[in-house]
Design a protein around this ligand. Structure first.
Ligand SMILES: [Zn+2]
Length: 170
């Protein structure tokens, strides 16, 4: 896999053509590699490779965390459920998205509506009072968020909710 990437980089040419990935719709600059010939972005090309590897060997090629990150990137780009729809075998092998956490769905909805990252995290956390900080950090990290940002915004969200509850009770 690394060898393929290195070969792609070696063949990279500035000003080469762009194309739209036929899986995720990501606008991609051609590196002259194998991804371009099948009109896939690097992320989807790697996932297609994992799909082949699972078909041949029954297991994923990369790390589970790495594959989870790629699947999360796909969902982030093209909407929750895309990974499950396009790469069901990879999702199953990486145990990804069999049921997308409510927190992540709420977060992505906020982002789609144009809210910033921190505000989206605070809103999603507020909408899911049962989710713990550790859980929120893990689930949102899988959706591409910085865990440190999640930790801070989780605390902010819970504090704001507590303050509002206190005000209402007063
Ligand atoms: Zn793609």
């Amino acid at each position: 896999m690394t060898t393929t990437r290195q070969a792609q980089n070696a063949r990279f040419q500035a000003g080469s053509g762009c194309y739209v990935c036929r899986v995720c719709g990501h606008n991609t600059r051609s590196t002259g590699g194998d991804g371009a010939s099948v009109k896939l972005c690097d992320n989807c090309f790697e996932l297609a490779g994992e799909d082949n590897h699972i078909s041949d060997n029954g297991t994923i090629y990369g790390s589970k965390a790495g594959v989870t990150q790629m699947l999360a990137t796909l969902d982030k780009r093209s909407g929750v459920g895309t990974a499950q729809r396009c790469f069901p075998q990879v999702c199953k092998a990486a145990e990804y998205g069999l049921s997308t956490p409510r927190l992540v769905i709420d977060y992505l909805k906020c982002r789609e509506e144009g809210f910033g990252v921190t505000e989206s995290i605070r809103t999603a956390v507020s909408l899911n009072p049962e989710v713990t900080k550790v859980q929120a950090m893990a689930e949102l990290a899988a959706a591409g968020c910085n865990p440190a940002t999640v930790r801070i915004q989780y605390a902010n969200s819970r504090r704001i909710d507590a303050e509002m509850a206190a005000e209402l009770a007063a």
